[in-house]
Design a binder for this molecule. Structure first.
Ligand SMILES: [Zn+2]
Length: 85
């Protein structure tokens, strides 16, 4: 399932965070925490240029509310509606 970058709104498969954690010998939890702050940059990617600030802002709200519940965040993004409005 995809998660959204809180900076540029680029969708990233959650598996990327697991892979990156393994790559840098860190934990998924640590990488996910970093990702919620820095998005793409936290997993060695660059932010996309065709970003949607509205979608990114929504992603930040989701992460703010759900904290380290990445499964919940994924469900929220997959749902496609923002229930926090
Ligand atoms: Zn990004």
């Amino acid at each position: 399932m995809d998660i959204l970058c809180p900076i540029c709104a680029e969708p990233v498969d959650n598996d990327e965070l697991h892979s990156y954690a393994k790559e840098i010998q860190s934990t998924y939890r640590a990488v996910a925490a970093d990702y919620r702050q820095r998005g793409c940059k936290a997993i060695g990617m660059n932010h996309t240029t065709n970003s949607s600030s509205a979608v990114a802002a929504n992603a930040r709200v989701v992460y703010d509310i759900l904290g380290d519940d990445m499964d919940g965040a994924m469900a929220e993004f997959a749902d496609g509606t923002n229930t926090f409005d």
